[in-house]
Design a protein around this ligand. Sequence first.
Ligand code: NAD
Length: 457
Amino acid sequence: MTVTSHNPADPTDLVVSVQAPGAAAVRAVVERARAAQRGWLAAGAAARSAALTRAAEAIEAHADELADLVVREVGKPPAEARGEVARTAAIWRYYAQAPYGPSGATHETAAGEGLLLTRRRPHGVAGLITPWNFPLAIPVWKAAPALAMGNAVVLKPAPEATACALRLAELAGLPADVLTVVPGGAEEGDALISGADVVSFTGSTAVGQAVIRTTTARGVPVQAEMGGLNAALVLPDADIEQAAGQLAYAIAGYAGQKCTATSRVIAVGAAHQPLREALAKALTALAEPSALAAVCGPVISSAARERLTAAIDSALAAGATVLAGGGVPEGAGWFIEPTLLADVPAGHPLRTEEFFGPVAVLLSAADLDEAVELANDTRHSLATSVHTRDLDTALAAADRLDAGMIRVNAPSSGVDFHLPFGGAKAAGYGSREQGRAALDFYTAERTVTLLPAGGAR
Ligand code: NAD
């Protein structure tokens, strides 16, 4: 199989074309990584820390080139692409400190004599499977903690983001076989999760569930971050103009192609009418050609755009009303107008499935209770935003919402890489990514009992 990626803003622009290596070659890469891992761990904390710091420096030194590649390969608007590059360097730097951190604790023995130690050790080879939508940040927020803790890494990126992943590994400049990128699709991904000692997946729910089944059957630690169907709750006391601006960005920023993008807006009570008007206006403004390119950008493929337009058409046929967008602009790229629909009936796929595009439905709720019930009415509970001036309301909502991440007066999309990241219910499986949680995930804890030689038996 040949892996290709095309520029979503100009599909005639072929970004990369490489041969996928096939399953046997992936197994060989895993074995080489396993051999290299021993030396990587033995090199010690200072060497690993320095290597991760150099990886950060290389990203910073090539920031413009990388941002251009992200724009070209996955259609990310330039400002967001530059932000992702900066964040990627920051993630390398953050985890560059981790090798110096504690790797365990000491305890008293129950009997009094001797000493108990806990010690965290790397698993071996971390198999990472990543999506295309954050082609630098997601691979690095998995690879950096895995490497910091002494694992070797084999990364299988999404085909659509192959060039970004290959350049990332090249710039990292780690010792041979410590960080390897294998291009490819399902065959290479499956071979990787069948051989790796720990697996971290980010992508769609359907693929994630298959990855979980394979790895749990092997008894290998796995985490999977999957699709979201994210809600925003707007209370009557919210700053409606601010909320509308944030929601427009959460719906249409990078064409809604973030797992944390908002796709359901729930207006509570008297918020409904002013929000409906303000949000429709804000999204309509983003359909202007310059804003469409600067904020929204194209979707990843013509198939993705067709799926979105078919969903909009079927909602309209079922009685929905277009409040903003709904159309496809002229031109070559895979653009679609940021779209807001009202009156989408319960049970319609736009209310139950992730479509991964700049399309949202507007719903109304009589009060906070009903809004929470609507927000929780999904298996894909990743991120929810709550817009209110009242702290009690915000805290009450945060207590009762199922989502893995709750953001108050902020768009649902947005991540702080030093805190645990992940979804609830079908949106996430296994321990959290990022922050210190990631260091635990990429290590196994051992208990060591030390008794004095020649002491009581
Ligand atoms: P995808 O599920 O199609 O692909 C993800 C990765 O899995 C790719 O590398 C793909 O090649 C690989 N893959 C496909 N079949 C496989 C198999 N049988 N075995 C092993 N690997 C296999 O997802 P995508 O289209 O690349 O990304 C978009 C999806 O990712 C959306 O659903 C989005 O919500 C999700 N996502 C989730 C998060 C999160 O943290 N929750 C973050 C970003 C994206």
